[in-house]
Design a protein around this ligand. Structure first.
Ligand code: SAM
Length: 347
């Protein structure tokens, strides 16, 4: 009589097997029609936000629909996409830390087969009391949005007088063990694109030895936000800091940003130019909105609702959506009369 042997699988083996099952379930090519590998999932977990930034939110629109995905729905969607090759997941919003269950969401995503990196983008407003918990829940990288170090301009941009609280959040993040903490700054002509403002942020990056990335303004916010008036090219940063030296690609360069540093200084300065220096040919991102819609391109593309779908159906829609990703976005600095619903997509 054959004797049944007890097989003990280590957790690592178990996760590997689940990843293979996920891949089979998805059964898809993770490249789109232009041979771009889709390996980066950005998930918005809420449209709610403590801030109402002039370039992002519509301040007149006070009500936010009550349609956020539940943790189980987030895990189902992220699980299929991670199994299909989206190894990096970033949580965004709205403000992700406004969700009371954000640590549960992070732990669940961290444990999904196929997920190798979990990152989060935040305003920093609620970070001081939560940074350690997020780190323990599996978040390895945090991006904090800080557009200015001038408290008056900060309130004008965000609608809240709380720069100090955000800077406390930054300090909490820096002492919580994350592999990387970065600052994101959206460049706004006439508000924060002067040399003194740019230099003050660069000095902050040096003080904490971190990466600061300046991002070109994209057309979002309320219909009457004067996008054209506030747009300024990423090259403005090079004029403000002529001493910047480019870090060659591959030598510590960082995703979509061109990276620079100042001689003898520890901080690194990145410039992200989605408008004047389209990087669509290297775009590896797919986005899921807080209500379960999959979006093929931040600045356009198509949307597919995944919310009510089974895992095999999600895999099938993901395959179709990848095939339909546009070659590149059609936005230019002069684009007017068009607004991306940024607060719902999460950047
Ligand atoms: N609440 C979080 C935060 O403040 O970072 C996450 C959501 S926010 C929409 C994500 C990122 O998108 C932030 O870095 C923000 O500055 C950026 N963003 C929002 N609107 C933008 C716009 N019109 N152009 C460029 N970046 C924008």
């Amino acid at each position: 009589m054959p004797v049944l042997q007890s097989v003990s699988l280590s957790e690592l083996h178990f996760r590997k097997i689940l990843a293979v099952i996920g891949r089979l379930l998805a059964g898809i090519d993770v490249r789109d029609s232009f041979s771009r590998e889709i390996s980066y999932l950005r998930m918005s977990v809420t449209r709610r936000c403590g801030f109402a930034c002039i370039y992002c939110a519509d301040r007149k629109c006070r009500s936010v629909p009550d349609d956020e995905l539940k943790p189980s729905e987030i895990f189902r969607i992220a699980g299929v996409l991670a199994g299909a090759g989206c190894h990096k997941v970033r949580l965004t919003g709205g403000e992700p830390l406004l969700r009371g269950d954000i640590a549960e969401i992070c732990r669940g995503i961290r444990d999904l087969p196929g997920v190798r990196e979990l990152a989060l983008t935040t305003s920093g407003l609620y970070l001081s009391g939560m940074a350690r918990e997020l780190f323990e829940a599996g978040v390895s990288r945090v991006n904090i949005s800080i557009d200015t170090l001038d408290p008056v301009k900060f309130e004008m941009i965000t609608g809240k007088n709380c720069l100090r609280k955000v800077l406390t959040g930054l300090e909490a993040a820096l002492s919580s063990g994350f592999e990387q903490v970065k600052i994101n700054t959206v460049l706004l002509r006439g508000i924060n694109d002067d040399a003194a403002s740019i230099r003050a942020l660069a000095d902050l990056a040096d003080r904490h030895s971190l990466d600061l990335r300046f991002i070109e303004l994209m057309p979002a916010g309320a219909a009457d936000f004067p996008y054209g008036e506030h747009f300024t090219a990423g090259s403005t940063v090079l004029k403000a800091l002529p001493e910047l030296m480019e870090i060659p690609e591959g030598a510590g360069s960082s995703g979509v940003a061109r990276m620079y540093r100042r001689e003898g200084r520890p901080g690194r300065i990145g410039i992200i130019s989605p408008i004047t220096g389209k990087f669509c040919q290297n775009c590896n991102r797919i986005r899921v909105l807080s209500d379960g819609r999959l979006r093929t391109c931040l600045l356009g593309g198509e949307e597919f609702n995944l919310r009510k779908l089974s895992e095999p159906e999600i895999a099938e829609v993901f395959r179709k959506a990848c095939a339909l990703r546009p070659k590149e976005h059609g936005i230019s600095a002069g684009s007017t009369g068009f607004r991306i619903p940024m607060q719902g997509i999460g950047g």
